[in-house]
Design a protein around this ligand. Sequence first.
Ligand SMILES: [Cu+2]
Length: 302
Amino acid sequence: MKVFMAKRRAFGLGRLVAGLAAVAMGLVLTVPALAESVIGAPAPWGVGLQPSGGPIKDRISSFNDMVFAIITVITIFVLVLLAYCVWRFSANRNPNPSTTSHHTGLEIAWTVIPVLILVVIAIPSFRLIYYQDRAVDADLTINVQGRQWYWNYTYVDQGNFTFDSYPIQTADLKPGQLRNLEVDNELVIPVGANIRIMTTGHDVIHSFFVPALGVQKYTIPGRSMETWMRADRAGIYYGQCNQICGTNHWFMPIAVRAVPRAEFDTWVADARKRFAQADGSAPAIAAAPAAQETLQIAEARR
Ligand SMILES: [Cu+2]
């Protein structure tokens, strides 16, 4: 009986090891493929910012770290001060309270020090806002239009083709795809290129938001707004409309795929055959003169 039990245990252990090995193999086979491609996506129990995919997000992350350090110091200082006051000036330890009502030096200090802290935060904050504001030496321009409830992208200087990007329903997801984040036509961009984004709204106010690329801009009907982004690592960056825009606001994902330049050029050649021109005409490979219009608007605004 003992031998039998031992055999069983050994057999169970063997199965466990084999099972773990299979799981490990599965991880080795699937995780790198996933980790390689998806860079910007929400993670279970994630509390920090998404990893950075480009220079704007790098700056946002370091600014966030700086402000977080300041907040931590202030919070600890106030907590310690409060605890000391509770202990030191309790009725037992301090039966005859001071009647002091003013202290000029102290009042100046607690006005000037917070102002200085705000100045220290404001300077890098404004620098970051202006850094995000305009593309300097943009390599290409993409028009982004928010619509209820999908996105429309136009590659104005790559042949002026335009296409819609619709979310994929949960029931239609393939294994490994992310719920509420996948789209049928991704926004494809070349790695390392400065991309000028011109946004506008089709119906109501939406917001083009891709956290890992540090880009967020309202899309407002009747207005054209500018920002830019750059992905320094090839991969997929997910985002969503983050302006409450109606019933299906929650289901308005953005998927940006950053690929090497050669791959991007191949995609553009194919996209010009597949997608219609921005003026509504049939797909064409010939250069479109209307493409210059948005560029001129962007240049004039500088
Ligand atoms: Cu929206």
